[in-house]
Design a binder for this molecule. Structure first.
Ligand SMILES: NC(=O)N[C@@H](CC(=O)O)C(=O)O
Ligand SMILES: [Zn+2]
Ligand SMILES: [Zn+2]
Length: 429
């Protein structure tokens, strides 16, 4: 038995915001009450001064296995998730081979189960090989365990294919996750198109490259009555488009990444390839609108878009480096620093966007501390200040622009099915 004593329990699913004790038995939450007496059969965590929340869920992660294990493996990705306070992650299909058939879904599930750290939910591709042409078998894939469908990494350029994908997905009540990027507008761009890209002499990716496909995907979701989730929204106009769509009743949800709410294109000024990410870091006005979107619920959740790459791949000229940055081990402190410390989101709201909402989007019975549910719990020390240190990362990817940054509000325990899988930043196997 595990007893978590005197923590500030934050559970948006039950609107709990109160100092309580949580008793866990047989992997499940047995009870949440004031002053549960400890006895000698219980392991006790003193959570005085800490936030005790339902386990965080990251619905947008790139594990590179199978195929690119030098960037990340399922094991290192799961360890990074546990360290970062996540008890569940959904992984994108841009692996090699692509997750476009049952055997790859099964392989990922089997390996993740063997490691027994965090839940891993494979996302299958919308089209075979993510080539944007032929749809995959949504029914069979969903039955095998695909939690959603996405061609993340590239936009589905054909509107006809996207329409068919939405129609077909609807038959299985499946979720389509959209990477909104019009290739012909993004071109060879490597950063946000604006004053900064001109100054630096780098090719730009205009905001419209994202917004035009966002408009299209929303129009198609409205037309087909399908269900879409927008990945990594990065522009102010994008937030407005989603807000209007939600007001019309379109079935759309959206995520924002920690980097898009904390960095602008100014960060590119020293040509650090670790600032190269897709969509690119944009402007202060975009950040303000993204945060406003989180506050009013237009943007449902925070997702990392954890995208590990090797040092060799990243340590090249800006133009040649791959897009992407790691995020699992820095997401929570960045979110706390940028959103909680600044009083933009309160505790209930931050836990909602990191746990309850992503669980709901994926249709999981998670994101809650209800009695009787599996004991997936994240404990945060909101006053712990420490520096990001890539040398302590579990992920194989060291590609972050946040190294050495001092942040306040770190996960200190991750509990999965009643077992402590991370204690004070150390993953326990
Ligand atoms: N975000 C990125 O910059 N890169 C992602 C792909 C993606 O999320 O579109 C990757 O797989 O590396
Ligand atoms: Zn993407
Ligand atoms: Zn991604």
């Amino acid at each position: 038995m595990l007893l978590i004593k005197n923590g500030l329990v934050i559970d948006p699913s039950q609107n709990i915001n109160e100092t309580l004790d949580i008793l866990i038995e047989n992997k499940k939450i047995l009870k949440i009450e004031k002053n549960i007496k400890a006895n000698k059969d219980m392991e006790v965590i003193n959570a005085n001064g800490m936030i005790v929340a339902p386990g965080f869920i990251d619905l947008h992660v790139h594990l590179r296995e199978p195929g690119k294990e030098y960037k990340e493996t399922i094991l290192t990705g799961c360890q990074a998730a546990a360290k970062g306070g996540f008890t569940g992650i959904a992984c994108m299909p841009n692996t090699s081979p692509v997750i476009d058939n049952e055997s790859v879904v099964e392989l990922i599930k089997a390996r993740a189960n063997k490691y027994n750290l965090v839940d891993v939910y494979p996302i299958a591709s919308i089209t075979k090989g993510q080539e944007g042409k032929e749809l995959t078998e949504y029914g069979i894939l969903k039955e095998t365990g695909a939690i959603a469908f996405s061609d993340d990494g590239v936009g589905v350029s054909s509107s006809g294919v996207m329409r068919r994908a939405l129609d077909y997905a609807k038959a299985f009540d499946a979720l389509i996750m959209c990477h909104c990027e019009d290739e012909s507008l993004a071109g060879d761009g490597v950063m946000h198109e604006g004053v900064m890209s001109t100054k630096l002499g780098l090719a730009g990716i205009p905001s419209i490259a994202e917004e035009i496909m966002l408009e299209r995907d929303i129009a198609l979701a409205e037309f087909t009555k399908g269900k879409i989730h927008i990945c990594h929204v990065s522009t102010a106009k994008g937030v407005e488009i989603i807000r209007n769509a939600k007001n019309r009743g379109v079935r759309v949800t959206a995520e924002v990444t920690p980097h898009h709410i904390s960095l602008t294109d100014e960060a590119v000024k020293d040509y650090d390839p670790n600032t190269k990410v897709n969509p690119p870091l944009r402007t202060k006005e975009d950040i303000d609108a993204l945060i406003e979107g989180l506050i009013d619920g237009t943007i449902d959740c925070i997702a990392t878009d954890h995208a590990p790459h090797s040092i060799e791949e990243k340590e090249v000229e800006y133009d040649y480096a791959p897009f992407g940055m790691v995020g699992l081990e820095t997401a929570v402190p960045i979110a706390f620093e940028k959103l909680v410390k600044t009083n933009k989101l309160d505790y209930l709201q931050i836990v909602k966007v990191l746990s309850t909402s992503p669980a709901k989007i994926l249709g999981l019975d998670k994101g809650s501390l209800r009695e009787g549910t599996e004991a997936d719990i994240t404990i945060i020390d909101p006053n712990l200040t420490q520096k990001v240190d890539v040398n302590k990362f579990y992920t194989l990817g060291k590609n972050t622009p946040f190294n050495n940054l001092e942040l306040t509000g770190w996960p200190v325990y991750t509990i999965k099915d009643g077992n402590i899988i991370m204690n004070q930043g150390v993953v326990v196997e």
